[in-house]
Design a protein. Structure first.
Length: 516
């Protein structure tokens, strides 16, 4: 079974999608993440190359780790990715600061794996080096781009719509979704159409293998930094851009008469996008502002209001919900589950402090589960079934959903690839960690102290958990200099933060003291 490790030194460790392995951390076996392990014997039956591991070489530790047979000094290497153990590397360098480097594991015969340094990026603390390291840690090796894509579209219909448009942020190039409608004899026909990436990317192809490993596109401040699919495909060939070119889409279509939906179906369409709007410019089109909210109200039973962000959100939720119904009925694919609020204390804190962001801190993270999972409700949206299907250019879970819809609805070949929800959840966590760490890297001073206001959430006597509104971040396990009056829940405190460059993870790097 596939081995997953969250943190090598502390666990948990899991095989497949099963429960955590009951073994004291660090794990006693010489297992590495992503390897296939026999659940009965514990033997590794499938190894993978562990390359391009980014981390810090501890050159400044004068204790030393010994020497090679050729007299080259050995140093301890600390991976940025906590699922890997520390490693031993050799180097002839004599830097005056710890270095960020890329290594590959060579063997594991002693206490820690031996690794070889492939590339030294530069000094710890250099912001450009740190940014490169974070991207290398979060991304998978880049795929060579190409432009000779050909889609498989013999069954896609070409329909004449009155309106075909997309509403996206300014500058968006990987356009996943468009909305189409036309007048019918007694009302309107509408389609929520999503780029049919499954028609472009064959299951098991090199592009597909890469996309599965990547899991999803990486962003920083809304800007794509590592696309899940080559840009020639994600921003040009398959993107539903408004250039008048017909492209394949997988659409959820419905008919509205008298303000109610009287029929719905899935269709494979060729769509030509004629209008492209931002969330601001669409408000200048009176016809769209009149028709679209009415159609969405008929579909969802909810008031769409006058905010275009809300219109797109309603359309995507309706699309994903309809896809989830088909997946759940067959017990297939990947669904999106959400457990709701972990507790209600944060809501009370939000009210007492006037900081509305606090109300969302207690929300459990959404997670991917198999289509036949016993619990798959999405409490956050108030839905009993939900999935991700509306962003296949950016998320692999959505591409999986498309392939299953092609099979279940249109009789296409049954998908063969069994993708683990655990892998998709791990890649989602990596993407979130990348955005979080980049935020800290860009907003905290590396060599000086930052001072901000915080709200005490928890005090254990030695450690304090503080929410910093300016950062919109919760600082966990804060190492604090406690002062009188600090420990009271919801107290407003002064947070003095600095970065400990000896540590790899930004959750450990941010060291804070608090005072009233």
């Amino acid at each position: 079974m596939l081995l997953s490790i969250k943190r090598y030194l502390t666990g948990p460790y899991t095989l497949g999608d099963g429960p955590a392995i009951r073994e004291p951390p660090p794990i006693q076996n010489k297992w590495l993440p992503g390897e296939t392990v026999d659940a009965t014997t514990g033997k590794v039956i499938g190894q993978i190359p562990h390359r391009n591991i980014v981390g810090i070489v501890d050159f400044m530790n004068r204790t030393g780790m010994g020497f090679t047979n050729r007299g080259i000094p050995l140093y301890l290497f600390h991976p940025l990715d906590p699922k890997y153990p520390p490693m031993i590397v050799s180097s002839k360098l004599r830097p005056i600061a710890n270095q960020i480097a890329v290594v590959s594991i060579e063997h594991w015969e002693e206490k820690w794996p031996r690794a070889g340094i492939q590339r030294v990026l530069g000094n710890v603390g250099d912001i450009f080096v740190e940014k490169e390291a974070l991207l290398l840690r979060a991304s998978v090796p880049l795929l060579i781009d190409k432009s000779d894509w050909v889609a498989n579209t013999p069954y896609h219909e070409d329909i004449a719509w009155d309106t075909v448009l997309n509403i996206d942020p300014d500058g968006c190039e990987d356009v996943d979704d468009v909305l189409c409608w036309r007048k019918s004899e007694n009302g309107y026909e509408m389609a929520i159409a999503i780029a049919d990436v499954a028609s472009w990317v064959a299951e098991g192809s090199p592009i597909d293998n890469y996309a599965e490993k990547a899991g999803q596109t990486l962003y920083n401040n809304g800007r794509v930094v590592a696309p899940m699919l080559p840009t020639a495909l994600s921003t040009r060939c398959a993107s539903l851009r408004s250039d008048g070119v017909a492209r394949p889409a997988l659409a959820y279509c419905f008919t509205v008469e008298g303000g109610e939906v009287v029929g719905s179906e899935w269709r494979r369409l060729m769509v030509r996008v004629g209008r492209s709007y931002t969330y601001e410019s669409v408000l200048l089109d009176d016809a769209v502002c009149l028709i679209l909210p009415r159609l969405l109200r008929a579909l969802t039973g909810l008031d769409a209001g006058g905010d275009p962000h809300n219109w797109i959100e309603m359309a995507m939720i309706a699309y994903n919900r309809a896809a989830a119904v088909r997946l759940r009925s067959a017990g297939a694919g990947i669904l999106r589950a959400h457990e709701g609020l972990a507790n209600s204390e944060y809501s009370a804190l939000a009210e007492s402090t006037g900081c509305r962001d606090l109300a969302f801190l207690g929300a459990a993270a959404g997670k991917y589960v198999k289509g036949d999972a016993p619990v798959c409700a999405h409490t956050g949206l108030g839905l009993d079934i939900y999935c991700h299907a509306s962003s296949p250019l950016r998320r692999y879970a959505d591409l999986i959903a498309q392939r299953w819809l092609h099979h279940l609805v249109f009789g296409a070949a049954k998908p063969n690839r069994d993708v683990s929800p655990t892998h998709l959840n791990e890649r989602s966590a990596v993407a979130k960690a990348y955005e979080r760490d980049m935020w800290f890297l860009e907003h905290l001073q590396m060599l000086t102290v930052s001072t901000v206001r915080g709200i005490v959430l928890k005090d254990t006597g030695e450690k304090v958990v503080v929410y910093v509104p300016d950062w919109r971040r919760k600082i966990r396990a804060v190492r604090a200099v406690l002062a009188e009056g600090v420990s009271e829940l919801s107290s407003i405190v002064t947070v003095r933060a600095f970065t400990d460059l000896r540590r790899c993870s930004w959750s450990d790097r941010v060291v804070c003291s608090v005072s009233p």
